[in-house]
Design a protein around this ligand. Structure first.
Ligand code: B12
Length: 234
């Protein structure tokens, strides 16, 4: 690192410069700097959700593009992911603290063979913030892990995440097993992850594909309202 870079004082940058600097720091995997910058933006009155989407997710998109293009490799991306998680750890309690009324519950996990968890964690955070109780199964979940958690926690919603084209078909394995066991219709099944799309969601028999965490919250609320209406009518 050059002397010039050493001299950057994050709190002296204006918002726009600070966000640019966060993109660089996330790219370089500088967790402490990311955490400091998140705190600065919060102190300046930025809403936690804005910090999350504009600074952290924005920065991760740049990392993602360079990973795709072969400019960054797994070790660097892991560091960036770690820095992102540092920032998310500050935002998590704030997003969960909205005092929203309890909306329902969700079991969520990344599917078998897949260790990507940033997007899933974000969805879990946003759902908690919207008043959902969330049981997070973590990564690399086989059918039994999902079924066991559903039997134990009886959630309204099952959420599955996959970031690889090789792991996304596993979602169908889970849904097909639910059908075989006659429990498919007991749950609202939401799926997400960068390589998925709406068509895929339909094809595997999910209730909905959600492009991002905000859409996940909206969709979950919509399905819960529908479920309550059905219960009231029936
Ligand atoms: C970070 C990252 C990693 C990190 C993961 C760290 C971690 N703790 O998660 C590390 C370095 C470990 C990694 C490893 C690998 N990765 Co990777 N990774 C990424 C990267 C750059 C970013 C993913 C991310 O976190 N995005 C940010 C979050 C916020 O977005 P998101 O995950 O899409 O989530 C949002 C939505 O999709 C949605 N969502 C997500 N989940 C869910 C779930 C539900 C229920 C709902 C409703 C919504 C929802 O909401 C989220 C929030 O808004 C992507 C690039 C990309 N464009 O996605 C590649 C990418 C996914 N990886 C890729 C690859 C190839 C790999 C490796 C195979 C590389 C290798 N050679 O080893 C391994 C696989 C390891 C494995 N078995 O899983 C490819 C996949 C290509 C493909 N078509 O399958 C990508 C697309 C990069 C690329 N273009 O080549 N990776």
């Amino acid at each position: 690192m050059s002397d010039e870079e050493d001299d950057i004082i994050l709190s002296e940058l204006d918002d726009e410069e600070l966000v640019q600097q966060m993109f660089d720091d996330l790219y370089d995997g500088l967790k402490d700097e990311i955490m400091e910058a998140v705190n600065i933006l919060l102190e300046r009155g930025w809403a936690p959700y804005r910090v999350l989407t504009e600074a952290l997710v924005g920065g991760m998109t740049i990392v993602g593009n360079d990973f795709r293009d072969g400019i960054l490799f797994v070790p660097e991306v892991l560091l960036a992911a770690n820095a992102m998680k540092g920032g998310m750890s500050i935002l998590k309690p704030l997003l969960a603290e909205t005092g929203a009324p309890r909306m329902g519950s969700m079991v969520i996990g990344t599917v078998k063979g897949d260790i990507h968890d940033i997007g899933k964690n974000l969805v879990a955070m946003m759902m908690e913030g919207a008043g959902f109780e969330v049981v997070d199964l973590g990564i690399n979940n086989a059918v039994d892990a999902y079924l066991g958690a559903m039997a134990e926690h009886k959630p309204d919603i099952l959420g599955m995440s996959a970031l690889l084209t090789t792991t996304m078909p596993y979602m169908k394995v889970v849904i097909d097993t639910m059908k075989e066991q006659g429990i498919r219709d007991d749950y609202i099944v939401l799926v997400g992850g960068a390589p998925l799309n709406e068509e895929f969601g339909k094809a595997i028999g999910a209730d909905a594909y959600c492009r991002d965490a905000a859409v996940a919250v909206e969709t979950a609320k919509k399905f819960i309202a529908r479920k309550h209406n059905q219960m009231a009518a029936g």
